[in-house]
Design a protein around this ligand. Structure first.
Ligand SMILES: [Zn+2]
Length: 319
């Protein structure tokens, strides 16, 4: 029997210990190599793309000879104005890489011995960078569509006589959201968050390329998709796959998302559900890459992402 990919040596190419042993200088070189990979790892000015730079003996900065702009290895990226040493950021990315179902901010703060607040924002910055790759993407070919309701849990009262019917809208919190997934067979995964599954149909239709074959379950709101695509339906009360249609790849993504919520984060607020879904989507799509390759991809995503509007100065605003 062939060995499972994740148990093979090919899947393990990243050593936490070697990242932890890096000097700040080596960590900076790692970021530099990946940020300016297109230029053979040689930095150029983020403002004017000029390659003629002054370096400083005592400061880890460059100054552009063309426009006088001063910048560091993380300037203009999602890690701009960082207070944490670059080595710790690199270590955080390595730890984050290895969590197949994600990594909690509390655990990250213990791993790095930093404040919970710093770990929380750092993890969200990585998530934002990972999610950015899918922003305007579409899926094509054979596409599975499905939704998974998350959050808004209402705890039943202790005594039976005090319990209310939790199926009624008036007895719900209004915080329940649905993660919609569009999963291309043998290809990429796209996710977004909606209030209900039936209000998501137009967005779903816009993100699937014309000519695709769509697989969906028996829920009646997906009927509209028949007018746009060759659509196949599977009635889950009868079977999960009938040889013609199935949404098992979509369900497999939800399995990862549900385990991340139940086992790692315990509770995901509706406000950030899309970010966690995007992270799990990235993990799903790159599950066959070695952890070393995933580590490099994560660094590349954060280096290519501009300063975050959501997360820069988050706690100053939230306090
Ligand atoms: Zn410049």
């Amino acid at each position: 029997m062939s060995q499972h990919f994740l148990l093979s040596a090919k899947a393990r190419t990243l050593s936490l210990a070697s990242v932890a042993r890096m000097t700040d200088e080596e960590a900076r070189e790692t970021f530099q190599r990946i940020r300016w990979a297109d230029n053979g790892g040689e930095p150029f000015c983020p403002k004017c793309a000029c390659t003629a730079l002054y370096t400083y003996k005592t400061r880890n900065l460059w100054k552009c000879k063309g426009c006088d702009h001063q910048f560091s290895v993380t300037s203009g990226t999602i890690f701009a104005s960082r207070k944490m040493p670059v080595r710790d950021i690199l270590l955080a990315i390595a730890i984050f890489t290895n969590g197949a179902k994600g990594h909690s901010a509390l655990q990250l703060s213990r791993d790095l011995n930093c404040q919970y607040k710093s770990a929380y924002v750092l993890a969200h910055k990585i998530r934002e960078a990972l999610g950015a790759g899918d922003k305007n993407a579409t899926v094509s070919g054979e596409v599975e569509v499905d939704g998974c309701y998350v959050g808004g849990y209402v705890k039943p009262a202790n005594f039976k006589e005090n319990r209310r019917d939790r199926r009624l809208a008036s007895n719900q919190t209004g915080k329940r959201r649905v993660v919609i997934v569009m999963r291309e067979r043998g290809g990429k995964t796209l996710t977004f968050v909606s209030k209900t599954e039936d209000t998501s149909v137009a967005t779903v239709a816009n993100r699937i390329a014309p000519g695709s074959i769509v697989h969906a379950d028996e829920a009646s709101h997906w009927d509209i998709l028949h007018s746009r695509f060759d659509t196949k339906r599977i009635n889950h009360t009868l079977a999960y796959s009938d040889g013609q249609s199935c949404t098992n790849m979509a369900e497999s993504f939800f399995s990862r998302l549900r385990r991340a919520e139940a086992g790692i984060h315990h509770r995901i607020s509706g406000q950030y559900l899309a970010a966690y879904a995007a992270e799990m989507d990235w993990r799903e799509d790159n599950r066959r890459a070695s952890n070393g390759a995933q580590f490099n991809m994560m660094i590349a995503a954060t280096m290519a992402h501009p300063v975050s509007r959501n997360w820069k100065g988050y706690w100053q605003r939230a306090a």
